[in-house]
Ligand binder design. Structure first.
Ligand SMILES: Nc1ncnc2c1ncn2[C@@H]1O[C@H](COP(=O)(O)OP(=O)(O)OP(=O)(O)O)[C@@H](O)[C@H]1O
Length: 307
């Protein structure tokens, strides 16, 4: 099956008279229908630049960009239809209402009319009857309008740059579930963000990027290494029972200051350890498997890069 998007060996340089600034270095990735791909990295990592390349707003210095069957790097390539884009700070004609702005944009391609515009605005939590000019919208409302613009023509490929910018917690949660809903309907979604939490919760695959280099690519289906668990017990008597268990199972303990608990380094899975400890009479307050989160992997990748 053909990928919705395929990037091969993308390099992007900006040249001034004296210097060459390499913003993206040898970036390769694929994106399939129904997949949410997170491109995550600190400020200035090159996320927006890659997103702009994927929708033909910028051209790579080297490499190949194939989007919805079209090679955007060949001369005079026509951008295929079916791409929705939310840029980082969407701007609109300030004197016109949100609805009128969307209506004008929709008239460019003519594939949808006012009913679809209104329905998309409502979906994004905006009132199509609101007469406020877009220039007076709050940051969050402008972001919702930007999202409505990106999805109103039902794209097959959706490119989102920092989509939760300015959204309140409810808006963030709604957007997250809407992104998953679109992916379930077969839309391929590229999400550029510096918010680890946002990416971790919604993405199927993630690339960590720093200064234009992809440091690591991960999938949520990758096996997660197990190192043990963090444990909190009720009192010192319980903790000495845990120490006995640890000695019998070659487990390592690192106790947290001021708490009856800490990290238990062991290969014994949580259910088996829990059974043993309860049988030994340990009163357990909480037990949590110690697994890598996107945050720990991200920080690790950035640290390794520094060495
Ligand atoms: N038109 C341009 N000319 C010169 N340099 C540019 C241009 N556009 C971007 N850059 C540089 O490319 C680098 C990457 O920028 P980019 O906006 O892609 O990063 P980003 O990861 O999206 O950052 P942020 O999270 O802050 O939005 C930055 O150092 C930026 O200054």
């Amino acid at each position: 099956m053909e990928h919705v998007c395929e990037l091969t060996g993308i390099c992007k340089q900006y040249r001034s008279r004296k210097t060459v600034h390499e913003v993206l270095h040898d970036v390769s990735m694929t994106l399939d229908a129904g997949e949410v791909f997170g491109f995550i990295g600190p400020n200035g990592a090159g996320k927006t630049t890659l997103l702009r390349i994927m929708c033909g707003l910028a051209h790579p210095t080297k490499g190949k960009v194939k989007v919805l069957g079209t090679d955007l790097t060949v001369r005079n390539a026509q951008l295929p239809t079916g791409i929705g884009v939310l840029v980082e700070y969407p701007s609109f004609i300030p004197e016109l209402t949100g609805r009128r702005n969307l209506q004008l944009l929709a008239s460019i391609r003519g594939v949808i009319g006012l009913p679809e515009v209104d329905a998309t605005m409502e979906l994004m939590g905006l009132d199509p009857g609101n007469k406020t000019p877009a220039g007076r919208y709050s940051l969050g409302m402008r972001q919702r309008l930007g999202l409505a613009q990106a999805i109103m023509e039902k794209p097959r490929l959706l490119l989102l740059d920092e989509p939760t910018n300015g959204l309140d917690p409810q808006g963030v949660a709604e957007l997250r579930s809407y992104i998953r809903h679109l992916a379930d309907q077969g839309v391929a979604i590229f999400l550029a963000s510096h918010l680890l939490n946002e990416v971790e919760q919604v993405c199927d695959r993630v690339a960590i990027v720093k200064q234009g280099h992809v440091l690591r690519q991960m999938s949520k289906n990758d096996p997660v290494p197990y190192r043990g668990f963090s444990l909190q017990v009720s009192d010192t008597k319980d903790w000495s029972l845990v120490q006995q268990w640890a000695a019998q199972h070659q487990a390592t303990l690192s106790q947290k200051d001021g708490v009856q608990g800490g990290m238990v380094g062991t290969a014994v899975p949580v259910p088996a350890a829990l059974r043993d400890l309860v049988q030994a009479g340990v009163s357990i307050e909480s037990i949590t498997p110690d697994r890598d989160t996107l945050e720990t992997t991200f920080l690790q990748a950035i640290q390794e890069e520094k060495k």
